[in-house]
Design a protein around this ligand. Structure first.
Ligand SMILES: Cc1ncc(COP(=O)(O)O)c(C=O)c1O
Length: 455
């Protein structure tokens, strides 16, 4: 072949031959490996994706930290820029475009989510904004759930309309007729929801919403940040799945990262030299970060199971104390049936729960004791950490929304969102919770249930 690669420059580079890669097929016309779309358990799909060894046979994959890649013949460079030679044949140009380590992580995340391809980004917000800009183009329209992470809500309601004329209509996604009615023929390109909404934990009926999306010819984009492993939206009909990898997937509260999972054609279009939102806006992931995340994926399923198990125990006990707890794993939650029908068996119902304390003042008092008196958890935004993280959503991660928008989304001013951690023992943490609860004066309606806890 003309692109014979002298051994000096590439002697250590792994070269994937066609058909050699377990789990992935390489299409010569495309750049990213196309994963076989696995159904069934996400942990099994992840394990079936080929394990990447280090270049010296290390059990961990190597980090390709280079920003740029050499060629031995000038002609090869021209062929790479024309799109003729690409990562599918182990030819890399520059790491804002494809990077081998980031591509490997993408392959694993595609396996996890059951999509053809995935690519990783510098943050969850960059994944979301790039996908929306890529799919909508200037002036497109998005039908979105009215309960979304505050940053995404602000992106859709304020930033994108101003920056590129992309407009959004927010609807109650439980009302499929309202979803249908909000679609503007010829203009709506995306139906956008969160599998489990931040912060209300409302669950999207992904299979029904995907039917509506198909019927209307729009793409269903689902943010699965709250429920990796627990729900696999693409296996239920979503076209694109986005993640804030900064949360459960990372698990360490030490990395900001994102991922876009979807058809190989979409991922490749986002890398197009002339028109790709990832290539041209540039929020690609750093290879060292990709390596870090790849080390944490193998225990994501174990971590999720423990987050979910503890959340269910705490939610059940909180309900038994007469507290207003919101957790879709409880059988009296309005979306329990939907979640039970779409959840992957064996993982549980999510590691997030909400406690509605009625007012912000009472929420703050409880969180203050939970952190500073009894050490139950930490007052911090974000989620997926091994410690329990707590925040009052109305004044923090949903503060971008107006009071009216929060009220329409069901976000009460006293809502404490908890990301349930797994450090310490369950009973140790529960007794810390009970002690903190006993320190706040209950409203009269709850006095009876709290009577035994008052000090
Ligand atoms: C559901 C959801 N999606 C997206 C984001 C944005 O992700 P990142 O902070 O990684 O940009 C967040 C939180 O920050 C979130 O909670």
């Amino acid at each position: 072949m003309a692109e014979t690669v002298p051994s000096l420059a590439f002697s250590n580079t792994k070269r994937v031959k066609e058909g050699e890669d377990g789990g992935a097929e390489y299409d010569r016309a495309l750049a990213v490996p196309i994963m076989k779309r696995a159904h069934g358990d996400p942990a099994a799909a992840l394990a079936n994706a080929r394990h990447e060894f280090g270049e010296h046979g290390g059990v961990n994959m190597s980090i390709e930290a280079s920003a740029t890649f050499t060629v031995m013949e000038p002609e090869t460079m021209r062929r790479m820029f024309s799109g003729e030679l690409g990562p599918d044949r182990d030819f890399y140009v520059y790491s804002r475009h494809f990077n081998p380590t980031v591509l490997n992580l993408g392959r694993q995340i595609a396996a996890l989510e059951g999509t053809e391809a995935a690519y990783c980004t510098a943050s969850g917000m960059s994944a979301i904004s790039s996908v929306l800009i890529q799919i909508c183009g200037a002036g497109g329209h998005v039908v979105a759930s009215r309960c979304l992470y505050g940053g995404t809500h602000a992106l859709l309601s304020r930033f994108l309309p101003r920056a590129c004329g992309i407009r959004a209509t927010f609807v109650d996604i439980d009302d499929l007729e309202a979803v249908r009615a909000a679609v503007v023929e010829g203009e709506t390109k995306v139906l956008y929801v969160e599998t489990m909404a931040n912060p209300t934990l409302a669950v999207a009926n992904v299979p029904r919403l995907s039917e509506v999306a198909r019927e209307k010819g729009v793409m269903l984009v689902v943010d699965n940040t709250f429920t990796p492993m627990v729900v696999s939206p693409a296996r239920l009909g979503a076209d694109v799945v986005v993640h804030s990898v900064s949360k459960f997937i990372s698990g360490g509260a030490d990395i900001i990262a994102g991922a876009i999972c979807g058809p190989a054609s979409l991922v490749n279009s986002m890398m197009d030299l002339q028109h790709g939102a990832l290539m041209l806006l540039g929020p690609t992931m750093n290879a060292k970060v990709a390596f870090e995340i790849s080390e944490r994926l193998p225990h994501l399923s174990l971590r999720m199971k423990e987050h979910c198990e503890r959340a269910l125990v705490y939610a059940t006990r909180m309900r038994n104390l007469g507290l207003k707890v919101i957790y879709p794993g409880l059988d009296d939650h309005p979306h329990h049936g939907v979640l039970a029908s779409i959840a992957n068996p064996g993982y549980g119902f999510g590691g997030m729960l909400c406690l509605d304390m009625g007012t912000e003042e009472r929420a703050n008092k409880l969180m203050q004791h939970l952190q500073n008196t009894t050490q139950f958890g930490l007052m911090a935004v974000s989620l997926g950490y091994y410690e329990t993280l707590m925040s009052c959503s109305g004044s923090s991660t949903s503060s971008e929304m107006s009071p009216e928008e929060r009220s329409a989304a069901g976000i009460s001013p006293g809502l404490i969102r908890m990301s349930v951690g797994y450090s310490g023992t369950l009973e140790q943490r529960w007794s810390q919770f009970e002690k903190a609860l006993a320190l706040i004066k209950p409203p009269s309606s709850l006095k009876q249930q709290f009577a035994g806890l008052l000090v």
